[in-house]
Design a protein around this ligand. Structure first.
Ligand SMILES: NC(=O)C1=CN([C@@H]2O[C@H](COP(=O)(O)OP(=O)(O)OC[C@H]3O[C@@H](n4cnc5c(N)ncnc54)[C@H](O)[C@@H]3O)[C@@H](O)[C@H]2O)[C@@H](O)CC1
Ligand SMILES: Nc1ncnc2c1ncn2[C@@H]1O[C@H](COP(=O)(O)OP(=O)(O)O)[C@@H](O)[C@H]1O
Length: 508
């Protein structure tokens, strides 16, 4: 996992490092990382013309980094140009660049050269960016490498100006900043490289943690054992799916198919009579589950609290339910149980607020989060959620005593105690109807498999593990979106078809 810090935290550590090592030495180190990424980008797409790198130079240290980086590229024999944007420039860095043979000119004089650049380094504004800074417009198709933070993106909030300089890559210094992950950031940073510069964050608690693909793999492997190969289907895990209605018969089938394609030990489906024949045909692997059987399964799990006798190991509740119908007695009992559950879609309209013993994760998108908060008496506007998603997700986590995964281009996973995880490994093509139902199937499966939850029998799954598995589900889902988008447009059905090979990629 990658720790994420606020600008203030990074500034404080930076001040200590400057007092130890001096500002010039830090800037040159940062610049070396920037120059090396620039060289990599040039090598990735060599043009027919010799490489020509232009840096846009702002008034502060961000501009200084850009000038030192250009100096290093110039010394490597790459042709460069520095365009000064504004009336100030970092004096020492400018001298170093000019001594290396580089030309520093005013933006308005050299602007026309931008059309010839093989790469543009955006060293206008970094941590010191204030909303409303003037920003240049680059020629379409410019390849942009951002120094520390794309200019026009607020490094703390992740809110971007309309004319933000969208980057293909960002090299960020010291540590990952919260503003590089939230709100608009994932749409404008491109691939992020962290140049740690040896900063010591050991005494600083991160604001949140970014879960990347490698971290997800480690989390998935945490409790796996060679003994897993000897399990039968019930030991592997049984997922109970409560879903579907006359109104939405498709969603239940999508979630059921997704869970089956993940490789669930056994899927039991509780759907209305009208949906049952559809599920029987489209998901023949699933076994129906009626109200009486739910009660028996819950009673069996209560009796075998620390044993292996439970018939259902986790629940997925909500896809395609008719939210106008209050939950039946059996479903209310599931909510009151201690069995892990993922609750999505219309399940969010009926999940009770207040204290709960159930280890559960709610998976709203922003509109559903607003509805959840409204049910708990908290009024919030869509804008307020967009500006501070972790804060409002935490309110819901507290109100429902649950882990909450807020879906969107970035997924925020927050526990009632305020700890949070962030996932940005995703794909814009996931914004298609039914893709959330697929996520519910994936997460339901992860919660049902004892070798992933790390529980023996039906011992309660701690919130931390629920959070980690939720992050893993978001990563698997995001990866699935990327893989599926590689060879065509994305639909929920196509996501499901690709699930077996993506699960294999994650060691299943
Ligand atoms: N934090 C770190 O770990 C390190 C930071 N370094 C660099 O230092 C940068 C921060 O440097 P600075 O603090 O000088 O800040 P910046 O260089 O990001 O920008 C601040 C400058 O832009 C001007 N500015 C900002 N908003 C404006 C507006 N709305 N209108 C007009 N002018 C505006 C400010 O007046 C100031 O002169 C980082 O982003 C990074 O590139 C590196 O040199 C070394 C390591
Ligand atoms: N622009 C986007 N970029 C990346 N992922 C997205 C984007 N929009 C939505 N998603 C993801 O797609 C899924 C959509 O879920 P949801 O809104 O519940 O869809 P549905 O209800 O139609 O199944 C979520 O996992 C969400 O994180």
């Amino acid at each position: 996992m990658i720790p994420v810090y606020s600008v203030a935290q990074i500034r404080a550590v930076e001040a200590q490092e400057i007092s130890k090592r001096g500002e010039a030495s830090l800037m040159k180190q940062a610049a070396a990382e920037l120059a090396s990424t620039a060289a990599t980008m040039l090598a990735e797409k060599p043009g027919t013309e010799p490489a020509f790198v232009i840096a846009l130079i702002g008034p502060g240290n961000n501009g200084g980094d850009g000038l030192y980086a250009l100096a290093q590229l110039q010394e490597q024999g790459i042709s460069t140009l520095a365009l000064q944007f504004g009336d100030q420039v970092h004096a020492e860095a400018a001298t170093a660049y000019q001594s290396a043979g580089g030309t520093l000119t005013d933006y308005s004089d050299g602007q026309s050269e931008l059309a010839n650049a093989s790469l543009v380094i955006d060293a206008l504004y970094g941590l010191g960016y204030r909303t409303g800074s003037p920003l240049p417009t680059l020629p379409a198709h410019s390849r942009v490498l951002a120094c520390d933070v794309p200019s026009g993106l607020h490094p703390d909030t992740g809110v971007a100006e309309d004319n933000v300089l969208r980057a293909e890559r960002t090299v960020t210094f010291g540590a990952m900043k919260s503003g590089l992950l939230t709100v608009d950031a994932p749409l404008v940073t491109g691939e992020i490289t962290i140049a740690g510069l040896g900063f010591d964050f050991s005494a600083v608690a991160p604001e949140t943690q970014l879960v990347d693909e490698a971290a997800a793999q480690e989390l998935l492997d945490e409790h796996r054992s060679w003994r897993d190969a000897g399990r039968h289907k019930y030991q592997r895990g049984v997922l109970g799916l409560i879903a579907g209605s006359d109104l939405y018969p498709g969603a239940a089938q999508l979630t059921a198919k997704a869970a089956v394609n993940c490789g669930v030990g056994l899927l039991r489906t509780h759907v209305p009579d009208s949906v049952r024949p559809l599920v029987a045909v489209s998901v023949p692997e699933s076994v129906p589950l009626d109200d009486q059987q739910i009660k028996e399964a819950l009673s069996s799990s209560r009796r075998h609290l620390h044993g292996k006798g439970a018939k259902i190991s986790a629940w997925a509740i909500g896809p395609g339910l008719d939210g106008r119908t209050p939950p039946t007695g059996a479903i209310a009992e599931v909510f009151a149980s201690r069995q892990p559950a993922v609750i999505d879609a219309s399940g969010l309209e009926v999940v009770p607020t207040g204290p709960s013993e159930q280890p559960r994760v709610l998976t709203p998108h922003a509109k559903e989060l607003r509805m959840l908060l409204g049910r708990a008496g908290v009024k919030v506007t869509p804008d307020e959620i967009a500006q501070d998603p972790i804060r409002w997700t935490r309110w819901a986590a507290l109100a429902y005593n649950a882990v909450v995964l807020l879906k969107g281009p970035t997924s925020y996973i927050v526990a009632p105690n305020g700890s949070s995880l962030v996932v940005t490994h995703s794909s814009p093509q996931l914004a298609t109807a039914g893709s959330g139902d697929v996520l519910t199937g994936i997460l339901g499966y992860l919660l049902s498999d004892g070798s992933l939850t790390g529980t023996q029998g039906m011992r309660t799954v701690p919130n931390r593990r629920i959070m980690e598995l939720s992050a893993c589900a978001a990563i698997i889902h995001g990866h699935l979106g990327r893989v599926t988008a590689q060879d065509g447009t994305v639909s929920a059905s196509r996501l499901i078809d690709n699930l077996p090979k993506v699960m294999k990629h994650f060691g299943f």
